[in-house]
Design a protein around this ligand. Structure first.
Ligand code: DWN
Length: 393
């Protein structure tokens, strides 16, 4: 039923940055292959890694690290308050609190299994359950009152067991309650040839078509949808229980499905075309690095993302091609990117006298980064991006 369309080779765990002490240790690698399920249109990686190996006490990614994400969560919070006036909200995957901090402490709880992140919101006095979301936890949280809103951004794509998640959501949500899910869009991923959306943590990249099919199994349905710019193009799905006739299904849902069908997200052949584009992208990116290195230009990376792990390891780009990466996340600094073993340094404003070309690992924040590095660009500094195709800009 699931047919493979893409082989991204053996990959290390994308967020397991290596300390200097462990640089010579053998890394755990797994085969990263992606497949399409023609029955429910779901695109998923074929081999998964246990959640405990990925989401534990050392999770490096913090949502609050960029202005773009802080603003996106703030804008959505304002919208939710105005439109739905929720009295009790649950956030699944609350990370470092970029969303929940916009709400009154009494009206929201966070669920975050990465203990280091849960600690951050606990310290800010937000009730946070440092546990994986499941039916047992859902019952515990909603023992006295059901949630009228459940929000989860960039989390559903990380959880393998839909049965457990959605049963837990169904239990926690009041009859008229709203579920808002936000995840990278498969349509955008294919249009951008952003194959780096696939790595160990991203078990799924959803289309509306696939999510609609999955939700049917749990008597849930999408009643509205927004395309957002975050993470290279995401969809924000507004979902309700089937029995709730209060929220009418908007034309935006129909239009999104139409768009996806027009692109061919229901056909295996579309994914095979994508595979060819990924192969071409790899060759072009390798060529760019080869030429830059031949010219002895100083090349560094910007944003040591989980996504970079897929690109660097798939394309065989290493510390002979990129001298080091800049990143603002304190946890990543002085560590090395998994697989490619490129050093990550503390971010410093780009200086064209020190650096010639910068590989944009965090291409999804291009606007924010280009704004920050205006003077580098004005003075002749260049960037490499692989999205939508490898080029120097
Ligand atoms: O789903 C996931 C997303 C939401 O976050 C996770 N599985 C893991 C993570 O993926 P990622 O690492 O690809 O996410 P980002 O948001 O693209 O990471 C951006 C990185 O770039 C961070 O390490 C922060 C850094 N950064 C920087 O150094 N300077 C970001 C900006 C905007 C900057 O100006």
């Amino acid at each position: 039923m699931i047919k493979k369309f893409l082989d991204l080779g053996y990959q290390p765990l994308a967020n397991s940055y290596i300390s200097k002490k462990k640089l010579k240790d053998k890394e755990n690698k797994f085969k990263l292959e992606v497949g399409f399920n023609s029955k429910n249109y779901l695109v998923s990686i074929l081999k998964t890694v246990s959640k405990e190996k990925m989401f534990n006490k050392d999770y490096p990614y913090k949502s609050s690290e960029s202005n773009t994400m802080r603003k996106s969560f703030k804008d959505l919070s304002n919208k939710i308050k105005k439109k739905f006036k929720p009295k009790f909200i649950i956030e699944i995957g609350s990370n470092d609190g970029a969303f929940i901090k916009n709400f009154n402490r009494k009206s929201i709880v966070g669920v975050e299994p990465c203990i280091n992140l849960a600690q951050i919101t606990k310290q800010k006095k937000y009730i946070t359950y440092a546990e994986y979301w499941n039916q047992k936890l859902s019952k515990k949280i909603t023992k006295n009152k059901k949630a009228d809103l459940i929000y989860s951004a960039n989390t559903l794509s990380h959880i393998e067991n839909f049965n457990e998640i959605f049963k837990a959501i169904n239990n926690a949500l009041s009859e008229k309650g709203i579920l808002i899910l936000e995840d990278p869009s498969l349509l955008k991923c294919l249009q951008n040839v952003a194959y780096d959306q696939f790595y160990c943590e991203h078990i799924y990249v959803f289309s509306t078509l696939a999510l609609r099919e999955i939700l049917k199994n749990f008597d849930l349905e999408i009643f509205d949808i927004e395309n957002t710019k975050t993470h290279g193009g995401s969809n924000r799905y507004y979902i309700k229980k089937n029995t709730n006739n209060f929220n009418k299904i908007t034309d935006r849902v129909k239009n999104e499905i139409k768009k996806e069908l027009k692109f061919g997200l229901d056909k295996f052949s579309t994914y095979k075309k994508f595979e060819n584009k990924v192969k071409t992208s790899k060759i072009k990116l390798q060529k760019i690095f080869k030429e830059l290195n031949k010219k002895k230009l100083k090349v560094i990376g910007y944003g040591a993302t989980a996504k970079s792990c897929t690109v660097l390891n798939y394309c065989g780009i290493g510390n002979n091609n990129i001298e080091y990466f800049f990143d603002t996340t304190s946890y990543k600094i002085n560590k090395y990117l998994p697989g490619s073993k490129i050093l990550i340094k503390k971010y410093k404003k780009l200086n064209p006298n020190e650096v010639d070309v910068v590989y944009l690992g965090a291409w999804n924040f291009k606007e924010e980064i280009f704004n920050k590095e205006k003077s580098f660009i004005k003075n002749g500094g260049k960037f490499i991006t692989h999205v939508p195709y490898p080029k120097i800009i």
